[in-house]
Design a protein around this ligand. Structure first.
Ligand code: MN
Length: 291
């Protein structure tokens, strides 16, 4: 299954309503989205303190058959007519792989496990249609295009042999990064610097996550062209590594590291990211409007 979160009205990038409660839950079939927002009535009523996990992901086993059923009965909205938000609304955390392709191991002279991981603030998370906003246009900011794992089940110290049990699905992740001497958590956590989309493809549709082509075009020019088969730590190893430090929660997002070819982005640019078996998404770059 493919599911997304979207906003159906005509709306412009950067519009505050994109992140408002008016977002819809959709099942994606072909070029159409079926609005299944009504299934959210099945979510448990919650009171503070709220659970740490994303509630759609945590309750996905209950919601999924209802989503399929409602999608059968509801008309398709053309994909081109909606604006895509991050398919995960409330992740507990966004983890980022470091130096997970051979070129970056060579450049840093350290293996991924020696680097550890980066963390991106969850407030940086956006969907494809929200676009990337640059606050410091004079600084070098680059695109990074990464396979994103969506965690489906709470766990810690997960052995890699059981790692797939903890995966709900996959998305395209864009780890937008301002280069410089500040800490990576700061450079990667500007609002809009975590793009997730265009939807989540559930695990059973992607049997070989460790062998997917990844591409990024900037203004129509191919800049990144890689396969996840060249990742140093594969998908189960990354889950084992991350969960050896911290508990993973349903809805956690793990971007598995950037392939070679990151390049500068500037206001007016259009990025097109594609991962085999997931799909493609266009993401626009703009400058922050100074008021
Ligand atoms: Mn990255």
């Amino acid at each position: 299954m493919r599911f997304c979160r979207f906003f159906a009205d005509p709306i412009h990038p950067g519009d505050a309503r994109l992140t408002a409660d008016a977002s819809r839950l959709g099942v994606v079939r072909g070029d159409g989205i079926h609005d299944v927002t009504a299934v959210l009535d099945a979510l448990p009523a919650l009171r503070w303190p709220f659970p740490r996990e994303d509630q759609v992901i945590a309750n996905f086993a209950t919601l999924r058959p209802r989503m399929e059923d409602l999608a059968d009965k509801s008309p398709a909205i053309p994909l081109a007519k909606v604006r895509l938000l991050s398919p995960v609304a409330n992740p507990n955390k966004i983890l980022l792989g470091v130096a997970n392709y051979p070129e970056h191991v060579a450049a840093t002279k350290k293996q991924p496990r020696e680097h550890g991981m980066f963390i991106k603030a969850t407030s940086a998370l956006v969907g494809a249609s929200e676009g990337v906003e640059l606050r410091n246009t004079e600084r070098l900011t680059v695109h990074e295009t990464e396979l994103a794992i969506i965690i489906g089940k709470k766990g810690t110290n997960i052995p890699k042999e059981r790692a797939f049990d903890y995966i709900l699905g996959y998305s395209i992740g864009m780890d937008i990064t301002m280069r410089g001497d500040e800490t990576p958590s700061y450079n990667k956590s500007f609002d809009t610097f975590g793009v997730l989309g265009p939807w989540v493809v559930t695990r059973e549709e992607i049997t070989q996550p460790n062998n997917l082509d990844i591409r990024l075009w900037l203004n129509g020019e191919l800049r990144q062209d890689e396969t996840t088969s060249r990742m140093v730590l594969d998908v189960p190893s990354m889950i084992e590594f991350a969960s050896s430090v911290m508990t993973l929660y349903p809805g956690d997002i793990f971007m598995t590291g950037n392939p070679k070819g990151a390049s500068r982005i500037a206001p007016g640019d259009m990025m097109l990211a594609e991962i085999e078996s997931i799909g493609r998404m266009e993401v626009a770059v703009r400058a922050e409007k100074k008021s």
